[in-house]
Design a protein around this ligand. Structure first.
Ligand SMILES: Cc1ncc(C[n+]2csc(CCOP(=O)(O)OP(=O)(O)O)c2C)c(N)n1
Length: 337
């Protein structure tokens, strides 16, 4: 149903304007087209490695748009390209990262691709060791509290990463001190080839919230608006001193784990086909048309402009310099003000 007040859909609690809904969709499409182009570059031998977020765009964009870029911090994990886009990363910068170029703002080509980090945008640099970013998030939130800053720290990971001790320590510490952290788990069904049932004995990751004395919620991670509403409510509450939240977004990884992985060896094709029908980009597209927030022609125009942006970004990034061998030790240890 169209909402006459906002021009967008009717979304109780946190109504989104037509512009916000279209922005949400644009970020999702941009992330998907970047993933596709990066994978092509990898197959052409131009990019070393790709670890994509295809299937998780609704979870990532819905969550990031509920935060405040420039104020809140994000400690994302490798699949969170779309979180970075919402927090200000450009298509050109994403391509510099994928190609390990000298001017990649994440690490100047020192980190693996998709190991995000950008101090000026409050995107926390990450380790290859999964779940460590959750501890960093708790520490950043404590630091902000001590400085009297009112902000939220958003830390994400896959459900497989919740089997590590770091996850449990981070939740325990954040809950004891009632820190403003949102622990956001993108449950995409697999940790490489291991299915969720083999990763934990509870049905939902969010079931564990009770054990730490914190708020827990499960949300449909294929629905960007549902994720936005859940994260927005949590962010508003934790910002006011309501303690940390554990939010589990149920989604699905539509691609193999990485460009190095053959998922036909462990994932039934029928399962993939079923989930493909719930592709978050299709869901969002349907919602925009149904709500009267956009016409087919407007969405086609948006698609063309995103494709052009990605094509241009890749062409441009390919021409940019690689890191110089003599600078190999630069940006490895702290070189900041
Ligand atoms: C401590 C640690 N163990 C193993 C790995 C290797 N590894 C990289 S990604 C990954 C799967 C993580 O799965 P999940 O947290 O569910 O995230 P997903 O990749 O499914 O999004 C593993 C095991 C690692 N990077 N760090």
């Amino acid at each position: 149903m169209a909402n006459p007040e906002t021009g967008g859909g009717t979304h109780p609690g946190y109504p989104l304007t037509r512009e916000q809904l279209l922005e949400m969709y644009r970020f999702m499409v941009l992330a998907r087209r970047l993933d596709e182009r990066m994978m092509t570059l990898q197959r052409q031998g131009l990019a070393a490695f790709v670890i994509a977020g295809a299937g998780q765009e609704a979870a990532q964009v819905g969550a990031a748009m509920a935060l405040r870029p420039g104020i809140d911090h994000v400690a994302p994990y490798y699949r969170d390209l779309a979180v970075n886009l919402v927090f200000g990363m450009t298509a050109r910068e994403a391509m510099l990262n994928a190609l390990g170029k000298r001017d990649d703002p994440n690490s100047h080509g020192r980190q693996m691709p998709a190991h995000w980090g950008n101090r000026s945008r409050r995107i926390v640099t990450q380790s290859s060791v999964v779940a460590t970013q959750l501890l960093h998030a708790a520490g950043i939130a404590l630091g902000a509290r001590l400085r009297g800053e009112e902000l939220v720290v958003f830390a994400s990971c896959g459900e497989g990463s919740t089997s590590r001790g770091d996850f449990h320590e981070a939740l325990n510490f954040a809950s004891i001190h009632r820190l403003p952290v949102i622990f956001f788990v993108e449950n995409n069904g697999y940790a490489i080839s291991e299915r969720t049932e083999k990763e934990m004995a509870v049905e939902h990751v969010a079931d564990r919230a009770r054990g730490y004395g914190m708020h827990g919620a499960v949300v449909d991670g294929m629905d960007a608006v549902a994720v936005y509403q859940t994260v927005k409510a949590a962010a508003d509450q934790t910002r006011r001193g309501g303690g940390p939240h554990l939010i589990e977004a149920k989604c699905y990884r539509l691609w193999p784990h990485s460009s190095d992985d053959d998922d036909t060896r462990y994932r039934p094709r029928a399962e993939l086909e079923e989930w493909s029908k719930k592709d978050p980009i299709l869901v969002m597209r349907g919602r925009l048309l149904e709500d009267g927030a956009a016409t087919e022609a407007q969405l086609a125009e948006l698609e063309t402009s995103v494709q052009e942006e990605v094509r241009e970004a890749a062409q441009w990034a390919l021409q940019q310099p690689d890191p110089a061998p003599e600078d190999a030790l630069g940006f490895v240890f702290k070189e900041a003000d």
